[in-house]
Design a protein around this ligand. Sequence first.
Ligand SMILES: [Zn+2]
Length: 253
Amino acid sequence: MRIAEMTFVEYEARLRETDPVVVIPAGALEQHGPHLPLATDAIIPTRLAEMAAPRINGLIAPAFTYGVRSQPKSGGGEHFCGTTSLWGSTYALMLSDVVQAFGRHGVKKLVILDGHSENQHFLVEGIERALIELRRDGITDMRVIRLGYWTTISQSVQDVLFPTGPVNWDLEHAAVMETSVMMHLEPGLVRLDKIPDEPMAVFPPYETFPLDPRPIPSCGALSSARAATAEKGRVVVDSLLDDFATIIPSAFA
Ligand SMILES: [Zn+2]
């Protein structure tokens, strides 16, 4: 189901014969605290897509592993070593080129599964630009959906993740949700002895330019990740896979 591991002959036949859903995981290379790998935002949607594939007739495209520039209030910002990003304009053009190629090769159902919140508006620009170009060439039968993988996490799952009460989702960077999901999906990549437990970041209501890094926790996580567990990660992943199995086929019905 990984397109990168198929031959072009196999891929072409699969497109023609089964009209699959192609999933592009959209991640980032961004600091995720001292305990999670830089590619966390690519690893999670890639693994989710691979696990969902049998239930959605899915093929998985190589992930976009460089994301749109990290914002201080959602990913810590660009000043961390290893946070390696694209300007939004570059990103939208790259995505547009790839979406167009999939459309020209006969993909009719495309899911962009986003793992990095800063990508979202530039994903939309790339998708819309690609569809305009395809339409100009008479290709009108491709549909694309953009889905942040976390979007459907229900209140009952949030109650498991955060039993002490609601959280600020913007500050969940490298915190309980991502850490729990990685502990479940990729336990070998989580540095358990480095999980940070610093208080939640407090930002002013404005943004300063040049960047004032002082409100940003130097550990990189914007909230404590101490309450993360692999079991919480399992609950999140199982519910997301059920959601995808319903949402994605119905989006293309
Ligand atoms: Zn992340």
